[in-house]
Structure formats: C-alpha cells, structure tokens
Design a protein around this ligand. Structure first.
Ligand code: MN3
Length: 210
C-alpha cells in the first residue's frame, strides 16, 4: 500500500525561479551619464531575456537526467544566460545616481597600493575595457591572495565562474549598454560611467571578499 502510494507522489524537480531584480533607482536616474531609454531597454528587455532563458535552460538541465549529451548541449546557453543574469545583477548595484568620486577607506588604500594611485587605476581599467574586441565586460576583481586585479571577459562570461576572481566592479561594454546615446564612441561611455560608480557597493563587495 505504502509503496503504491509513494509511486504517485510527483517527482520533486528543481523549480528554477531566477527573477529580474528591481533597480534601486529610476531608469532616468543615471542621466546624463546613461539615458533613461538605454536603462529601460537594458534592464527590462536585455536582462529580462537572460533571466527567461536561464530559467528555461535550468529546467531543461533538471529534466535532462542522465542524458549526458543533452546536459552538454545545454552548457553554452547556461553560461551565456546565467552569466548575463549574474553580470547585470552586479552592474545595477555597481551604479548609483549618487555615485562617482573616489572610494574611501581600505578599498582606496588597496587601489592606491596596487595601481599607484586612483587615477592610474581608472586609466588602466578604462583602457582595458575600451580595448575589448567585440562584446564583453571590464572588471575589477579580487584574486585568491586578496589582491585587486583588472581584467576583461568576453561575451557574458561570468568573472567568478570563469576566472576564480571575485567580482567587485563591472563595466558592460556590449553595444546595447551605450550605443543609443554614445553611438560608436565607446571611450566616451567608459569615460563617463565613473561619474555614476557606486563606490559604497564596490567597497561592500571588497570587504565581504577579504
Ligand atoms: Mn548588458
């Protein structure tokens, strides 16, 4: 009897419920650095699509069971859409209408020690980020020995999963992040974005990763 009943309990599957996080500010709040139209499309269309496709991919993975070929076929999509979700969830928090200026405290001290000054850090990260071939992200991350590292990732490759670095500050240089406003002039977008960097958020990520 018991065995019969158990057979009719639906198999528990992992319900994947990744959701689009709300922004802490209005779409127009980062103007004039990033205009409201870009922010609205970037968040409500691009990021939302990564979330939708991540959920579909994760459900397909849960359903794939021991079909290794199927599992493997899902990996690229999971990396891309999962990476897009992870990266943008960090990016929105990394920005603030009250951002800009300089970090303070331990983070500023670490930046100065590692890069020889805040301006030198900014120039180095801007340069590497502007220089990304095609679509990708510039990152300030923390390595295993707790040193700050500037690097870049292609496409939506998520920093932690693909490099082991803990992400602190990311700059999205996909054309969808700036083209409506800055057209082809990526250096102007990267140069301007420092005025809305939320150093409190970056410092909190740094403190949590130490
Ligand atoms: Mn983007």
């Amino acid at each position: 009897m018991l065995r019969h009943a158990l057979r009719h309990i639906p198999r528990l599957t992992t319900r994947c419920q990744h959701t689009l996080p709300a922004l802490d500010y209005d779409y127009k709040a980062l103007e004039p650095v990033i205009n409201g139209e870009i922010m609205e499309i970037h968040h409500s269309k691009h990021h939302a699509t990564y979330v939708t496709n991540l959920n579909a991919g994760a459900e397909a993975l849960a359903a794939a069971g021991d079909d290794v070929s199927k599992v493997i076929s899902l990996q690229q999509g999971l990396k891309f859409n999962g990476g897009g979700h992870i990266n943008h969830s960090i990016f929105w928090k990394n920005l603030s209408p009250n951002g800009g200026g300089l970090p303070t405290g331990e983070l500023l001290a670490a930046i100065e020690a590692e890069f020889g000054g805040f301006d030198a850090f900014k120039a180095k990260m801007s340069g590497q980020t502007v220089g990304i071939q095609g679509s990708g992200w510039g990152w300030l991350g923390l390595d295993q020995s707790k040193r700050l590292v500037i690097t870049t990732c292609a496409n939506q490759d998520p920093l932690q999963a693909t490099t082991g670095l803990t992400p602190l500050l990311g700059i999205d240089v996909w054309e969808h992040a700036y083209y409506l406003q800055y057209k082809n002039v990526r250096p102007s977008y990267v140069g301007a974005i420092w005025d809305v960097v939320n150093w409190e958020d970056v410092a909190a990520r740094y403190a949590a990763a130490l």
